[in-house]
Write a protein that binds this ligand. Structure first.
Ligand SMILES: NC(=O)c1ccc[n+]([C@@H]2O[C@H](COP(=O)([O-])OP(=O)(O)OC[C@H]3O[C@@H](n4cnc5c(N)ncnc54)[C@H](O)[C@@H]3O)[C@@H](O)[C@H]2O)c1
Length: 371
């Protein structure tokens, strides 16, 4: 199969759809890979590295989009729409449910759009979203530690303390992927850490895993308030799939937090779990409200684009190889979880949530996997 790896053009997007290692594996299986010139250069993957891996460096996006499968990171941007072709496989993050405009284009172009974010595994987890949550969870503590410094409006507390001085107190709300990775880093830096979670089974797993290094607390409005008011840093890491994040931290609570405390609201991409959160970006990542520093960047993994690319491509590669080796119909037929990734196909919307979100009729994905 001819596979195309374009350079991402979304603002400040430095991730890339395949590393030189991925390209090597595609080529080893007999595929041809077009890599757009400079696609990975900003994160240390030079054109020479892709060439050495067996890729073909092409000068333009037009050439990359000659491919049967375009493997990228972000959804196509407006200037990429004309490059899409009927029957072309587009494998990337699509986030179509709130995007009727993009969905309309993909339907009109009759592409086969497989969205990273809806591919699932046999346990019902989302294996292509998990690596980004792992990265975001770890970044949360790094950025929170910086925000706690005086120069950023923080209260001047060092996470791990020093001999004779208590460490910082960190509360993580939500004990899923983001929360667990945030806790790992926070504990590793010597902070005093508590996770609040509403699933008791998850609290048990966390307790087994971290032992007495972590305090696990059942999340109720009262336990959340008590933890938030006594913390130096609060990490918002809740998710109710397909819904806006619940506002678990009220403005009243934030007003009562001590001056220079920090809220890192990772759940901001779902609206945030604090009433005081509003989206920020890398150019101006924090703001202060009620004397509390807020960090609310909605695409945190982009900040560590090299690690994120490696983590994402590790997870994506087996699926992309299966599509390349078998063709999309056989690959989707062989893996129910990958089939759930099919969002649009040959002029139809094939994912229930996307159909509901955009007002298109829903055609079951299973109708498109017959040879
Ligand atoms: N800002 C970013 O760049 C970025 C990057 C990755 C993920 N995220 C977001 O981070 C959030 C967490 O993602 P995740 O992958 O860890 O999800 P996850 O599903 O693995 O974990 C979420 C956890 O929140 C818990 N939860 C739900 N409601 C709760 C409540 N009322 N009280 C306490 N716990 C509750 C769930 O039981 C679950 O364990 C999501 O909103 C996700 O979109 C943001």
């Amino acid at each position: 199969m001819l596979i195309g790896i374009p350079k991402e053009i979304k603002n400040h997007e430095y991730r890339v759809g395949a590393t030189p290692d991925s390209v090597y594996l595609f080529v080893k299986e007999g595929h041809t890979v077009y890599v757009q010139m400079g696609a990975g250069v900003r994160i240390g993957f030079s054109d020479e590295m892709y060439k050495a891996a067996g890729g073909t460096i092409v000068p333009t996006a037009e050439k990359v989009y000659e491919a049967e499968m375009v493997l990228k990171v972000k959804e196509p941007q407006t200037s990429e729409y004309p490059l899409l072709r009927e029957g072309q496989i587009l494998f990337c993050f699509l986030h179509l449910a709130p995007e009727r405009g993009l969905t309309t284009h993909l339907v009109a172009k009759k592409v086969v759009g497989i969205a990273f974010e809806t591919v699932s595994d046999p346990q019902g987890r989302l294996p292509l979203l998990t690596p980004m949550s792992e990265v975001a969870g770890k970044i949360a503590i790094q950025v929170g530690a910086t925000a706690l410094q005086m120069v950023h409006g923080g209260k001047g507390v060092l996470l791990g303390g020093v001999p004779g001085v208590a460490p910082a107190k960190i509360t993580v709300i939500g004990g899923g992927v983001v929360g667990t990775q945030a806790a790992r880093v926070a504990i590793g830096m010597g902070a005093e850490v508590a996770i609040l979670e509403k699933r008791l089974s998850r609290l048990r797993e966390l307790d087994d895993f971290f032992g007495c290094q972590l305090t696990t607390l059942y999340a109720t409005p009262r336990s959340i308030e008590e933890a938030v008011l006594t913390s130096d840093m609060v990490v918002g890491a809740v998710l109710v799939p397909g819904k806006l994040a619940p506002k678990l931290i009220t403005e009243q609570m934030v007003k009562k937090m001590s001056q220079g405390s920090v809220i890192v609201d990772v759940a901001i991409d779902q609206g945030g779990c604090s009433e005081t959160s509003r989206v920020t970006n890398f150019s101006d990542p924090t703001y202060i409200m009620h004397q509390v520093v807020h960090y609310c960047v909605a695409n945190m993994p982009g900040g560590c684009a090299r690690t994120s690319t490696q983590a994402l491509t590790n997870a994506v590669l087996p699926y992309a190889l299966s599509i390349a080796n078998l063709g999309y119909k056989k690959a989707l037929k062989a893996d129910q979880g990958l089939l759930e990734g099919l969002n649009v196909c040959l002029g139809h919307v094939t994912h229930q949530h996307v159909a509901e979100g955009t007002g298109f009729a829903h055609t079951p994905a299973a109708e498109f996997i017959h040879e």
